[in-house]
Design a protein around this ligand. Structure first.
Ligand code: C2E
Ligand code: CA
Ligand code: CA
Length: 645
């Protein structure tokens, strides 16, 4: 009877562990590294507890048979092996949960860390021959041997080391998390001491299970709050924090580190290696910050940025952070990340500098657009009052209002025909003239309009204006052949695009030959039936097509060449290179190839006489660029053409 009551805390532990494991399974908390380790710890504890209970049962009534003795030994070995594994495993958990697991990966550290564990296992199994750790006799049951203290000693070393480590990284955690994590060791020491003095109850397993429960409740959060690979908090957690900061109006400082070449590094090495660079880097950040701040949180965005939020009012950025900033230039004693990362960083006081969440996230995405090439740090306060900032953070509203108030206008950029020596075509380019901000570049608002689903009304406006223009009597008198009109992806994917255009054709009495529709390679890659149907139908109606921005993007030349095109437009970025030896041959060859495939060539962005002459010698057909003319309002365009007649 005594034996069964002795085990009462083991039953408690068993039930607790079952509950935790069930909860982990239900919440799917087993995917990230730290959650995997935590799950294994619970499972191993469960097995150890079960073995402990079964062992207790086998020799509950003494004396026991020889068979029972063997059984008891088997349970005892299972118990010891699993029990001693939990402590080092828990210490690795501390490394994983604090995002410092990479430290354990170094070969030497690995060796130092795991050797005592192997010694433990060897000692346990040596007991089979030596019987010096413990014995189970048929008459008197279980008793400890002279080597048992070594077993305890080594386990306690792990616990002591873990305790020490967790104290040094206190600042990585909020206090309740920290206490929950530390409780494992504290309870371990306490129960070992207790069992030493009073071995009536075996409380060791129950106390460990209790601290596992605390960790489960206070430390573990749903997986979406973490990045699996770095174990930093995720953007979901970041957004929630920002939301609460916005509500509380507590002023916080945010330091954003954007790794501009993240994608390249991931390609060059691999995701794992990239993650360990991130871990190295955040470890360094922590070392620096822990000296200066009471609290901060580090978040990681898998696209390659690290956001640090300082939860304090009294941070003086310029005074406190030179060290943080210099870690990007100081490659002497820092890790590999410094060599590989190209970073842009930014300090924002929120909500002091930027008032609301939406603008903050918008700004975060593009803050580097406010920076000069070699600039390393941007202070949001320096740019928030600029026109550019206001426009970028309020772009969706600006576009919406401009659609309502019709703030758009079409400009025309003349295109020079090298074969006829005349400006017989032009590209129609939209302009947004805002009552408050003035002209806003289409390079800025078109992509935004595409993202926000606002491009269709804009596209409709462009179609209407250009169809109207080419249908004027003036058009033929000016001896123009066609106007190029930019179609956006959304437009080409509209099932009623052809109908829309047919309607405009009747409305204005337009000759389709006066319109050339520009599409881009990204649209041809879409492989969408609707797009192809539109293109084919419009070609049947005698509209012609150009392929815009050729030579940027991920060219799928074969696919592009299979489209019913008239013209291919070589992008400015390539034209810019033609004065170099390599660019010269590339563009020359490209033009030849395009001609052989049966298309005409427009070169865009021609700005100098030298480029013009070179392109002429390459047998280019058409030239568009500031060298001849900039885009201009329709009246100026008509005047321009009249002047050339
Ligand atoms: P894009 O279609 O490649 O248009 C050519 C851009 O290059 C125009 O910029 C034009 O002003 C500029 N450009 C022409 N020659 C030169 C030059 O010699 N030097 C330099 N530096 N630039 C030159 P813009 O008007 O700012 O338009 C930017 C982009 O916005 C366009 O690129 C196009 O993708 C889009 N976009 C413009 N208008 C429309 C439109 O009506 N509809 C649609 N869907 N997109 C448009
Ligand atoms: Ca274009
Ligand atoms: Ca273009």
């Amino acid at each position: 009877m005594y034996m069964y009551s002795k085990l009462i805390f083991d039953y408690v532990a068993f039930v607790l562990l079952l509950v935790i494991i069930a909860s982990l399974l239900v919440k799917q908390l087993y995917k990230s590294l730290s959650d995997k380790i935590f799950f294994s710890i619970n499972l191993i504890f469960l097995i150890a507890t079960l073995a402990d209970i079964l062992m207790g049962f086998t020799y509950a009534q003494l004396p026991i048979t020889h068979e029972r003795q063997i059984l008891a030994y088997i349970f005892a070995y299972i118990y010891f092996v699993f029990r001693v594994s939990t402590i080092p495993l828990y210490t690795t958990y501390i490394y994983a949960i604090s995002g410092t697991y990479f430290k354990l990966k170094k070969r030497f550290t690995k060796f130092i860390f795991y050797t005592p564990f192997f010694v433990l296992i060897i000692i346990i199994f040596s007991n089979i021959i030596s019987h010096k750790v413990f014995t189970i006799s048929c008459e008197s049951g279980y008793s400890r041997g002279p080597q048992m203290p070594i077993l305890y000693g080594i386990s306690m070393l792990y616990a002591l080391f873990g305790t020490f480590y967790i104290i040094t990284i206190k600042k990585y955690f909020t206090s309740e998390k920290w206490i929950a994590l530390l409780s494992m060791y504290i309870l371990l020491f306490a129960s070992a001491l207790w069992q030493h003095i009073n071995s009536r109850y075996l409380i060791e397993m129950a106390s460990s299970a209790l601290s596992l429960l605390l960790i489960h409740l206070f430390v573990q959060r749903p997986e979406k709050y973490f990045d699996y690979s770095t174990h930093l908090e995720s953007m979901v957690a970041y957004k929630e924090l920002i939301h609460s900061l916005a509500l509380s109006k507590r002023n916080s400082a945010i330091y954003i580190i954007k790794i501009e070449n993240a994608a390249d590094i991931k390609n060059l090495f691999n995701e794992d290696r990239f993650s360990s660079f991130i871990s190295e880097c955040t470890f360094k950040i922590r070392t620096i910050l822990s000296k200066k701040l009471k609290s901060y949180q580090i978040f990681y965005n898998t696209t390659g940025s690290i956001n640090i939020v300082f939860n304090s009012d009294d941070v003086d950025i310029e005074r406190d952070f030179p060290e943080l900033i210099s870690m990007w230039t100081n490659s002497l004693n820092d890790g590999a990340y410094v060599k590989h990362f190209h970073v842009k960083t930014c300090f924002i006081m929120f909500p002091h500098d930027i008032k609301d969440e939406h603008s903050l996230f918008q700004f975060e995405k593009e803050f580097n657009k406010y920076m000069k090439k070699e600039q390393l740090v941007l202070y949001a306060k320096d740019v928030v009052d600029t026109r550019d900032f206001e426009i970028r953070t309020d772009l969706t509203n600006i576009i919406n209002n401009s659609i309502i108030n019709k703030n758009f206008e079409m400009y025309y950029q003349p295109i020079y025909n090298l074969k006829t020596g005349r400006f017989d075509s032009a590209e129609a380019l939209i302009r947004l003239n805002h009552p408050k901000y003035g002209f806003i570049s289409p390079g800025l608002f078109i992509p935004e309009a595409e993202k926000r689903g606002l491009i269709l009304p804009i596209g409709d406006f462009v179609l209407d204006e250009v169809f109207k223009f080419v249908s004027r009597d003036m058009f033929n008198k000016l001896e123009l052949s066609y106007i190029e009109l930019n179609l956006s992806v959304e437009q080409i994917l509209q099932s009623d695009l052809t109908d829309k255009i047919a309607t405009l054709e009747t409305k204005y009495g337009t000759n389709p030959k006066n319109i050339n529709l520009e599409i881009t390679e990204s649209m041809t890659g879409l492989n969408a039936d609707v797009a192809m149907e539109n293109i084919n139908n419009l070609v049947k109606r005698e509209y012609s097509f150009s392929l815009d921005d050729y030579g940027t993007g991920y060219s799928n030349t074969m696919r592009a060449y299979s489209l019913p095109l008239d013209i291919i437009k070589i992008d400015k970025s390539l034209v810019d290179t033609i004065t170099t030896k390599r660019g010269h041959y590339i563009v020359k060859g490209m033009i030849e190839m395009i001609h052989d495939a049966g298309f005409k060539v427009v070169c865009e962005g021609v700005e100098t006489e030298e480029q013009y002459h070179l392109l002429d010698s390459f047998d280019c057909d058409l030239i568009q660029g500031y060298y001849f003319a900039k885009p201009m309002p329709v009246d100026d365009y008509v005047e321009f053409l009249k002047g050339k007649m």
